[in-house]
Design a protein around this ligand. Structure first.
Ligand SMILES: O=P(O)(O)OC[C@H]1O[C@H](O)[C@H](O)[C@@H](O)[C@@H]1O
Length: 432
C-alpha cells in the first residue's frame, strides 16, 4: 500500500498542509501511536481491531464453512459493518461476485423478492451476520429467506452459517439448530471487522485466498509506528484530519477500478460512523473513476473549496487492446489499451485538481489481489483510528444511529413514545 500526499501540501492546494505543519502533526502522530499501541496491548474496545491479524484464524473459518463450501451462491444477510466488508472482499476478488455473492443489506421488498425469485436454494449458502444479533433488518430478512427455503423444500439448517456475538437471538437460534457458528471478535466494532469472520466467510466459501488476505493485513500491521512518514495508513489518516481541520469537510473517495467500488461504500461507513462526532467529521462522497470525471469532477474542481479527493488504484491492471480507430480524430487511441487509458485519465484528473489548487491524495496497491486487499483494509482501519485519535473523538461508538433504530421499532410495535410523537409532529409542507 502506498499513499502519495504530495497534492495535499499547501504549495499545491488550498486547503493544504505546509511541510512544517506536517512535521508538527507528525509529533501528534507519535503520541497517538503510543495511545493506539497501549489500547492494542490491552485489547481495548476498538483498538482490538488492529490486532485482527493475530486474532483471526483463516483456516478455522475455512473449516467452519466446509458444510456449505459446495454452494455456488452465497446470500449474505446483514447490514452496515456486517455486510459491507464481505461485499467489498468478494467483489474485489471474484470475477462474478454479482452472481456468486448476493448481499441482502436492506429491507426493500422489491429487491428482496427479486433476489429470492432467482435463487436455487439447494445451491445456496445463507450467511447470516449480526454482531448484536438483534438488528431488525437482518432478522426480518433472515426470516423471509428461511421461509423461502422452506417453501423450496430445502432444509435451511443444512445451508445456513451464522456469525454473531456471544449472546442474543441469533446466537440462540444457531445453538438451537446446531448451525455452523463463527464469532464476531470481541471488542471490534462492526465497521472495523472486515478482516474477521464477519467479512471473510463468503470469500472462504467461494474459494478466495483468505490466508493471503490476512498476510496482507500482517504486512500493513508491521508498518504501524511513531511517524506518518513511515506508515501509509497513518499518513492517510493524519493528512485527512489536517485537511478537514483546514476546511476539507468532504472526502470524495474515488477508486479507479470497478471492483473497488464497494470499497468506497465500506470506507463511507468506516469514516462517517467513526469520525462524524461532536459536530465534525468528513462527509464521505462515493465516486468512481473514470465514470465520475463525467459528473462529480465539475464540483470537485470548481465548487466550494471544501473537498479532498482520495484516489485509489492498483499499480498493475489487465489491458484490453483498443482496436485501430476508424476516424482520424480518434488516432490518439491507436495502439493503446483500456488499462492505459484508465491510468491516463487518473493522472489527468489528479493533475486537473492540483492545477485548480484542490487537495487530493493517491492510495495505490500493487494489484487487485488478496494480499493487497488485506493490506488496504487494514491500512484504512489504521488510518481511521489515527484520524480519530488526532481529532479527539470517540472513534468506536455510534450513538447517533440509535434514536432512529429505536423509533422504527416503536412505530412497528404501535407504541406511543416521545420519539413516535416526534414522527407525528413532523412539520409538513407538501407540494403536489
Ligand atoms: O452487526 P449488527 O449488530 O447487526 O449491526 C449492524 C450495523 O448496525 C448498527 O446500527 C451500526 O450502525 C453499525 O455499525 C453496525 O455495523
Amino acid at each position: 500500500m502506498y499513499v502519495d500526499i504530495g497534492n495535499a501540501l499547501a504549495s499545491v492546494a488550498d486547503p493544504g498542509v505546509t511541510r512544517s505543519e506536517l512535521e508538527g502533526i507528525d509529533d501528534q502522530v507519535a503520541a497517538a501511536h503510543s495511545r493506539i499501541a497501549e489500547g492494542r496491548a490491552d485489547n481495548e474496545f476498538g483498538y482490538a481491531a488492529l490486532n485482527l491479524p493475530a486474532l483471526v484464524d483463516a483456516g478455522a473459518i475455512r473449516r467452519a464453512v466446509e458444510p456449505v463450501a459446495d454452494a455456488g451462491t452465497v446470500v449474505t444477510v446483514g447490514i452496515g459493518g456486517s455486510a459491507l466488508g464481505a461485499r467489498t472482499i468478494t467483489t474485489a476478488l471474484t470475477d462474478d461476485a454479482g452472481d456468486s455473492h448476493v448481499v441482502l443489506d436492506n429491507v426493500d421488498p422489491d429487491e428482496v423478492e427479486g433476489v429470492l425469485a432467482d435463487l436455487s436454494f439447494e445451491d445456496v449458502a445463507v450467511n447470516v451476520v449480526s454482531k448484536s444479533g438483534t438488528t431488525a433488518e437482518t432478522l426480518a430478512n433472515f426470516l423471509v429467506v428461511r421461509e423461502a427455503m422452506d417453501e423450496a423444500g430445502v432444509d435451511w439448517t443444512e445451508r445456513t452459517v451464522v456469525t454473531t456475538g456471544q449472546s442474543g437471538p441469533l446466537a440462540d437460534l444457531a445453538a438451537e439448530h446446531d448451525l455452523p457458528t463463527l464469532a464476531v471478535p470481541t471488542g471490534v466494532p462492526g465497521r472495523f471487522s472486515a478482516l474477521s469472520a464477519v467479512g471473510l466467510v463468503p470469500a472462504a466459501i467461494l474459494g478466495c485466498d483468505v490466508e493471503a488476505i490476512m498476510e496482507g493485513a500482517w504486512e500493513a500491521e508491521a508498518t504501524l509506528g511513531p511517524s506518518l512518514f513511515d506508515c501509509p495508513g497513518y499518513a492517510y489518516g493524519a493528512v485527512s484530519y489536517a485537511l478537514e481541520a483546514r476546511g476539507a469537510s468532504v472526502n470524495a473517495f474515488m477508486p479507479y477500478a470497478e471492483r473497488l467500488e464497494p470499497f468506497a461504500e465500506w470506507f463511507a461507513q468506516l469514516w462517517a460512523e467513526s469520525l462524524g462526532k461532536d459536530g465534525g467529521g468528513q462527509t464521505p462522497a462515493r465516486a468512481l473513476g473514470a465514470t465520475d470525471q463525467h459528473s462529480q469532477l465539475q464540483l470537485y474542481r470548481a465548487g466550494r473549496r471544501n473537498t479532498m479527493v482520495s484516489f485509489l488504484t492498483p499499480r498493475e491492471r489487465p489491458g484490453v487492446e483498443v482496436p485501430e480507430p476508424d476516424a482520424e480524430a480518434l488516432a490518439y487511441l491507436a495502439g493503446t489499451d483500456l488499462g492505459e487509458l484508465l491510468d491516463a485519465e487518473l493522472q489527468a484528473t489528479e493533475a486537473s485538481l492540483a492545477e485548480a489548487g484542490r487537495p487530493n491524495v493517491r492510495i495505490e496497491i500493487d494489484r487487485l489481489d488478496a494480499h493487497s486487499l488485506g493490506e488496504l483494509l487494514y491500512g484504512m482501519c489504521a488510518a481511521c483510528i489515527m484520524a480519530g485519535e488526532l481529532a479527539g473523538v470517540d472513534t468506536f461508538t455510534q450513538p447517533a444511529v440509535e434514536w432512529g433504530k429505536e423509533t422504527a421499532r416503536d412505530l412497528l410495535q404501535g407504541e406511543e413514545t416521545e420519539r413516535t410523537a416526534a414522527v407525528e409532529d413532523k412539520t409538513e409542507l407538501v407540494v403536489e
